[in-house]
Design a protein around this ligand. Structure first.
Ligand SMILES: Nc1nc2c(ncn2[C@@H]2O[C@H](COP(=O)(O)OP(=O)(O)OP(=O)(O)O)[C@@H](O)[C@H]2O)c(=O)[nH]1
Ligand SMILES: [Mg+2]
Length: 475
């Protein structure tokens, strides 16, 4: 498949760093589609006059507003790009559309915060991190995600503590999550007040040699005075190096307003946006930094503990503009894959020889990269292919089923699928818990894939194009 070939080429060139997972940024899909539409019109024009650029800017303004970006942020965005966009450089340029994309890209990166902002751990041990936010914004889950992230990347010993004495079983929720994820959690003492728990946590961290204490706090349905007073007191007691607002990105502008209010009350140091995997409109992420002056340091992209990533303004800007997050893809791929195996598979493909072993590797690669959709969401210009695949209803479970079937084949069978006779099919179906019909279908699909690979290796198929026949067969 073209995806793997592309990925593997990049792997051998790219240098792996610490990308954490690949998120699906659904919430920018609409904005991306609109911007792609605006730019594709502009890119087609051999030259642009001032009026055309101005129309383009108006459309960009509209697209941002309908993505729920705060009005002052949109105004400033357009004001900042306008002088560059209607400058002589663009009008005289031979590829004015491209230049405009670059200008918008730079500005988007800027609005999103410019560079990656790391978590601040420069404090005398034990350093405290305080998580605050509204009820249900994701504080408890985020406490565990963040702790896991710090443990993995900074090799620190962490103690987690719940100061939520209000919601029944809130402390228990954190304890269970920590135990599941092998993290230390402060034992619960019934009826203790938050301030007293915080003091106890500090002692416990000192005794156990913990470097960091992550405090999960109680949420409220709305910001009220009592809540703010309590958090101020907790902050004074814990003296955190980071005071992080955990904000639900699905709440859009409310999240942004909330951030300003929390900041006034407890002076935030940073923000973690949760539910970026949801289908909100993305405005919160785009407005947060400029409205509050506080950086987004991480994003939550799912319910699982690993669904958590450092926030990369440049990568998000890439993805918003539909340019594809190639860097993430490279890093994700190099994290998970065995380069030599890929090289070997690539060689096979070039020769037009495609075996079930290659296919097995591809399935595993695809699963690791977050499935078909995960891979597609990272590639530039695949909006259409993605749509097509969604329409075609490609079942991700099928990947796992196919994996089981291939694992039930002998080595010989994997290398020479043509020897798989009726009795062999029966044995394989028993081994993989499927039926002969499913095996027949996979064999047919495999045959079609090999044909496609052969075509591709001869350069007969444009990259990224998935033929209908294959799609239909994946259903
Ligand atoms: N899809 C998705 N779900 C999330 C994310 N973060 C948290 N959740 C889910 O949101 C729900 C609430 O999360 P909690 O961590 O309990 O939220 P909380 O802020 O601690 O809630 P309270 O303690 O009641 O104020 C849970 O079901 C989480 O799994 C995320 O980034 N994406
Ligand atoms: Mg909670």
């Amino acid at each position: 498949m073209p995806l793997e070939i592309k990925g593997s080429t990049l792997v051998s060139e790219g240098s792996p760093t610490s990308a954490i997972g690949v998120g699906k940024i659904k919430m920018f899909e609409n904005l991306t589609n609109k911007l792609e539409g605006i730019f594709s019109k502009l890119k087609k024009a051999p030259s642009l006059n001032k009026a055309q650029v101005e129309t383009g800017l108006k459309e960009i303004r509209q697209a941002l507003l309908s993505a729920d970006v705060a009005l002052p942020v949109v105004k400033k965005f357009i004001e900042d790009i306008k002088p560059k966009a209607i400058g002589q450089e663009i009008i005289r340029s031979t590829s004015p559309g491209q230049m405009l994309v670059k200008i918008v890209y730079d500005q988007l990166v800027e609005v999103l915060g410019g560079k990656v902002e790391n978590i601040d751990l420069k404090a005398v041990s034990p350093a405290s991190i305080l998580l605050v936010g509204l009820q249900g914004s994701g504080k408890t889950t985020t406490a565990v995600k963040l702790a896991k992230n710090i443990e993995k990347n900074f090799k620190k010993k962490i103690l987690l503590v719940s100061l939520d004495v209000y919601r029944p079983a809130a402390q228990e929720q954190l304890r269970i999550l920590c135990e599941k994820n092998n993290l230390n959690v402060l034992p619960i003492i019934k009826d203790q007040l938050p301030i007293d728990i915080a003091k106890r946590a500090n002692n416990a961290a000192n005794l156990s040699g913990s470097d960091i204490i992550v405090f999960d706090t109680a949420g409220r349905t709305q910001i009220d005075l009592n809540m703010m007073t309590e958090i101020k007191n907790i902050k004074a007691e814990t003296n955190p190096v980071e005071t992080i607002l955990v904000a639900d990105s699905l709440t859009g502008q409310i999240a942004v307003k909330l951030a300003s209010e929390f900041d006034k009350a407890v002076e935030l140091t940073s923000i973690i946006l949760t539910r970026v995997d949801g289908d909100g409109r993305g405005g919160a992420a785009l407005s947060m930094k400029q409205t509050t002056g506080k950086p987004i340091k991480f994003i939550g992209v799912g319910e699982k503990i690993n669904d958590f990533e450092p926030f990369h303004p440049d990568r998000l800007a890439n993805r918003i503009l539909g340019m594809g997050d190639i860097v993430s893809l490279v890093e994700k791929a190099s994290q998970d894959l065995d380069e030599e195996k890929i090289k070997a598979a690539e060689e096979n493909l070039k020769k037009g020889a495609f075996t079930f072993e290659d296919y097995l590797m591809q399935i595993r690669q695809m699963k690791k990269m977050g499935g078909m959709e995960g891979v597609l969401s990272l590639l530039p210009g695949v909006g259409k292919v993605k749509e097509k695949m969604q329409n075609a209803n490609v079942d991700e479970k099928l990947l796992s089923a196919n994996e089981a079937i291939i694992l039930s084949m002998t080595k010989k069978e994997r290398q020479n699928p043509e020897i798989i006779s009726g009795s062999r099919r029966k044995r394989i179906s028993l081994g993989s818990g499927t039926d002969v019909q499913t095996i027949n279908r996979l064999l047919k699909q495999f045959k079609m894939m090999s044909k496609m690979m052969k075509k591709m290796s001869k350069g007969n198929m444009p990259e990224g194009k998935i033929p209908d026949e294959l799609l239909n067969n994946l259903k």
